[in-house]
Design a protein around this ligand. Sequence first.
Ligand code: NI
Length: 198
Amino acid sequence: MRVYQVLLLGVSGMAIAAFAVFIFYGGGTGGKGLSSIGGSFALIDHKAQPKTDKDFRGRYMLIYFGYTYCPDVCPTALQSMTEAMDNLDPKTQKKITPIFITVDPERDTVKQLNAYVENFHPTTVGLTGTVEEIAKTARVYRVYFGRAKGVEEDSTDYLMDHSSIVFLMDPDGEYVTHFTHATPPKKLAERLAKVVGP
Ligand code: NI
């Protein structure tokens, strides 16, 4: 267990999100760090099809990491992404794929994801995978996640702590910018329209 994980024990999800942003910006990378966010992944989508980062080339990816059992933050983020997408003109909208990557692959099966993404923008792609592949994907996006303390180790009724960042990646899979679950949908739509264009 690393020092920052110890520090995170027992803190609220919001504090964790704030701290994750701190980690995200920190590390003494001197500004070069942001361009190294993102990378390759090999996961499985909500239709049980294998999907890698390369399958999304040519389109912007609007990526959020979370889990379907999340009571508040994840639905807020995905609803915001949905509303932002709905506010874009159809041409711009077609250039963006909203992507939800689970940090809870043990409960977020293909079937679970398939039912969940139906609540959000119709082009949303849900991704799950092996525990190892999810951990690797979160790592390349510098997303923190872990099972929240306070429930039995073998319980299936648990919460996940995780950072809450919406990443915008360009058609080459390169980092452009990011938002949070708290970014208002209107602002998100404005930024997307500006970056992606008509
Ligand atoms: Ni969440």
